[in-house]
Design a protein around this ligand. Structure first.
Ligand code: PHE
Length: 454
């Protein structure tokens, strides 16, 4: 039932860089280092790794299975496998989550662009953290520039997506991902060779388990979901462009390894420098926009490092943004029969508008709140605390309980071409049917406050 006219990835390398491009993003380079800083370092990393291996990998297989089996967008995929079933809600959540994530992600993407430009200016870098904090809040609360930058970031993402899978997403990921790797590696080398970097390295690799609380566990699980792009149809959509012969196990393993590798590299680029300059590691979200420039100011060629760093953030963000856009665009083109161009224009208009509200909510609209949250916080909160866990839960329930076991095995083994050991398959099914749904339910109930862990 393969559709010969459907666009798709042209090579295994293309699949890998595109999926890794989706996974590696602001989640790794901006969120992971500050979560590690806030949650006591190495112990958090170990728990994060356990969640990735035990829970997230099987969820990733599940999403790839749904996508590749059906070669369709999220709505089409669920409709093909289970016509008229309530599981179609997975499609609704996916599109809603893509819009919601993009509505704040694209604003932060705009900040990275602004900071690339700022980094060229000699006045920008200063060792005075109050000055840097003022620069950041002054910029992000303004009404004009951040909106322009958000629209510029969104527009660049739209240009890549409009070109399609092979000639857009795959082509640009092939260039951007290796560049990203080299740049992060260089920055990590610079950071770990600073005098006094040892304390930062110890912080990353010597666990202090007394720091672990229920909150830490939840932060680690939420982060693993967000970072691996799970629970909102991204991997289903990209999976639908994967060739029938590819080994889904291998792709998932390599994606998880690349994503985690980037997170650790980001930790190595940030923490040793933070410690070497005696800055407290638990600075929260401002770590990257305020603390790092403070460090760059004290390095020779600081402006160069600053430009490189914000360029890295920008690349990581845009290769994730295109995967979020593709979820919406695939739905519009295949279900609503729009042309790709029209689909991208409509997605741009919707996200452009919500993103503008979310950007302005850091300034003039800061008093407009819904459920006590500004637009920016609401989009962020709704995505990671509601859409992703609910979406992930429904996906594992769907693959575990609704799809035929034989079909799942057929997909995992790529129609018999790949040998899947029976104990591996049983382990995967056990997690998909029981462990993952229970674990996600606990996280979900906890995050909306219905139960309190520990
Ligand atoms: N994984 C991306 C990151 O770490 C964010 C993302 C989430 C992308 C969900 C797609 C889907 O930044």
């Amino acid at each position: 039932m393969a559709n010969m006219n459907r666009d798709g990835f042209g090579s295994r390398f293309g699949v890998l860089v595109a999926v890794a491009g989706s996974a590696v993003g602001l989640g790794n380079l901006w969120r992971f280092p500050y979560l590690v800083g806030n949650n006591g370092g190495a112990a958090f990393i170990i728990i994060y790794l356990l969640f990735v291996i035990l829970l997230c990998l099987p969820i990733m297989f599940s999403e790839f299975i749904i996508g590749r089996r059906t070669q369709a967008n999220v709505f089409g995929a669920i409709n093909k496998l289970a016509p008229k079933s309530p599981f179609i809600i997975i499609g609704i959540i996916s599109v809603a989550a893509s819009i919601s994530i993009m509505s704040f992600y694209s604003v932060v993407g705009g900040w990275t662009l602004e900071y690339i430009f700022k980094s060229f200016s000699p006045q920008f870098l200063t060792a005075d953290s109050a000055n840097l904090a003022n620069q950041f809040s002054g910029f992000s609360s303004a009404s004009f520039m951040p909106v322009v930058m958000h629209l510029l970031f969104l527009g660049l993402s739209a240009l890549i997506v409009v070109a399609g899978i092979k000639n857009g997403i795959e082509k640009y990921s092939k260039i951007l991902m290796p560049a990203l790797f080299v740049l992060v590696l260089l920055l990590a080398v610079r950071s770990i060779t600073l005098d006094g970097a040892g304390a930062g390295i110890r912080f990353l690799f010597y666990p202090d388990f007394s720091k672990i609380t229920g909150e830490t566990l939840l932060a680690a699980l939420g982060q693993a979901f967000f970072s691996l792009s799970l629970g909102m149809g991204c991997i289903i959509t990209y999976g639908s462009y994967v060739n029938r012969k590819e080994n889904l196990f291998k792709i998932s393993l390599m994606t998880a390894a690349a994503d985690t590798g980037f997170a650790i590299l980001a930790g190595l680029a940030v923490m040793p420098a933070v410690f070497a300059f005696g800055i407290p590691p638990g600075q929260g979200p401002s770590l990257v926009f305020i603390t790092l420039p403070q460090i760059f100011a004290q390095l020779p060629f600081g402006n160069l490092f600053s430009v490189a760093f914000f360029f890295i953030l920008f690349i990581a963000a845009i290769t994730s943004a295109i995967s979020l856009l593709e979820v919406i665009v695939a739905y519009f083109t295949e279900e609503l029969k729009l042309t790709r161009k029209a689909a991208v224009i409509i997605a741009f208009t919707i996200i452009g508008t919500f993103g503008t509200l979310s950007s302005l909510s850091n300034g003039v609209l800061k008093d407009v709140t819904i459920f006590g949250k500004t637009f920016f916080d609401l989009f962020d909160y709704a995505s990671s605390n509601i859409f992703l866990p609910v979406g992930g839960l429904l996906v594992v329930l769907f693959v575990g309980w609704r799809m035929k076991r034989a079909d799942v095995l057929d997909e995992l083994s790529s129609g018999g071409a790949v040998a899947v050991k029976s104990f591996v398959f049983r382990w995967v099914m056990l997690i998909i049917k029981f462990v993952a749904p229970i674990a996600i339910t606990i996280v979900l109930l906890n995050s909306i406050g219905l139960i309190k862990l520990f």
